[in-house]
Design a binder for this molecule. Structure first.
Ligand code: ATP
Length: 354
């Protein structure tokens, strides 16, 4: 097991900076997600931790030891690529034993380790089958088996479920998380899928253009987004943004938005200028008494809830309400915002005002 500390880590490819000075800490045993859109620098960060890419500057500490410039072979980290990378001419047992045999481990010890890993993964029955004929899920379990068999300090996983269809992907995500909970090994996992990150991660780093936008628990990131990028990237539908010009005083918990006084969480710092009122769809209630009004444009039925699109003086927004609440396209309704859940942003920097 391992604690991993990243300090001012940076990677340049020629004059392009793929990762800008990043710092974060991965606690021992954590399931840690690197999340962001394509090209944001997640894989490069992961490869630097594993030693497959050397940093341009900055440090990587594994259990207190600085390893940033050491080769992968000296870091004791297992890298799980798309999990289908197996040796096709070998059976399951040989695929799993391979890392131990190539280390020169005595035969009886190899047999014990493989039996243990097969038990953990529930694949005892297929040990002597050739990998060629296995189902996708079993191939994935075998690939995982090969990674966990040598008890590395930590696992690096780069979109391991990327190639799977949605339903199976969810199933494997649960299995992977359960496996992690049983083994407790530090795991760093790259994904561009915000739902996967929220469901599986203990902590999440959200990256954009090589920069860390936020680092925290899934709940922190969802409830207290540090930037508009995070608020927009996380959640489906994402947070609504209503733009307005105004002023808030330090300690105040109200803002005037388009002549309406609205509750917001108390701000520590005063602010004046172009602001954004951020509210998640599920924190909006539709009722007749709300003085902030909007016109219903459309409703999308989703089972227990529906997503209603509304046109307001500040722009379009989406509300998630119970599906048994009747709404009609074209009608005007009052909107109520749950003030304690609002995030105000500085429109220019995109940063949350606190
Ligand atoms: P994806 O999910 O698409 O892989 P990512 O967030 O993992 O995205 P990276 O693979 O880390 O992104 O790449 C970050 C940026 O660095 C991209 O613009 C990519 O083109 C660039 N990059 C990555 N590796 C190299 C390299 N060896 N040489 C030059 N540019 C690179």
């Amino acid at each position: 097991m391992a604690e991993i500390v990243i300090r001012n880590l940076r990677k340049e490819f020629g004059d392009f900076t793929a990762v800008q000075s990043s710092s974060f800490k991965i606690e021992d045993g954590e399931f840690f997600m690197l999340l962001g859109p394509s090209g944001c620098g997640k894989t490069t960060t992961l490869r630097m931790i594993a030693g497959l890419e050397l940093p341009t500057s900055g440090e990587i500490y594994i259990d207190g030891e600085e390893v940033g410039q050491r080769p992968a072979s000296q870091r004791d980290i297992a890298f799980v690529f798309q999990m289908f990378a197996l040796y096709p001419h070998m059976n399951v047992r040989k695929n799993i034993s391979y890392p131990l045999v190539s280390q020169g481990m005595p035969k009886h010890q190899v047999a014990e380790k493989v039996a243990e890993v097969a038990r953990i993964l529930g694949i005892e029955k297929i040990l002597d089958r050739p990998v060629g004929g296995l189902s996708g899920g079993d191939r994935q379990r075998v690939a995982l088996g090969r990674a966990i068999v040598r008890d590395p300090k930590a696992f690096m996983m780069d979109e391991p479920l990327g190639a799977l269809d949605a339903e199976f992907r969810e199933h494997m995500a649960e299995e992977l998380r359960a496996l992690h909970d049983r083994m407790g090994a530090t795991t760093v996992y790259v994904t561009h899928d915000q739902l996967e990150a929220m469901q599986m991660g203990d902590k999440i780093v959200v990256m954009n253009h090589g920069v860390i936008e936020q680092f925290g628990t899934p709940q922190d990131i969802y409830d207290k987004p540090a930037t508009m990028f995070v608020a927009d990237f996380i959640g489906s539908p994402p947070m609504n943004f209503l733009r307005f010009h105004g002023e808030v005083h330090a300690g105040a918990s109200k803002v005037m938005m388009h002549h309406e006084e609205l509750d917001v969480p108390r701000l520590m710092e005063p602010f004046e200028g172009d602001m954004v009122f951020g509210i998640r769809p599920e924190h909006i209630t539709l009722n007749d008494s709300g003085s902030y009004r909007g016109e219903v444009l459309a409703a999308e039925y989703l089972g227990t809830t529906q997503i209603v699109t509304l046109k307001t003086a500040s722009g379009e927004l989406k509300a998630r309400i119970p599906s048994d609440q009747p709404v009609r396209a074209g009608e005007f309704v009052g909107l109520e915002f749950n003030g304690s859940t609002v995030t105000l942003f500085d429109n220019q920097s995109g940063r949350a005002l606190r």
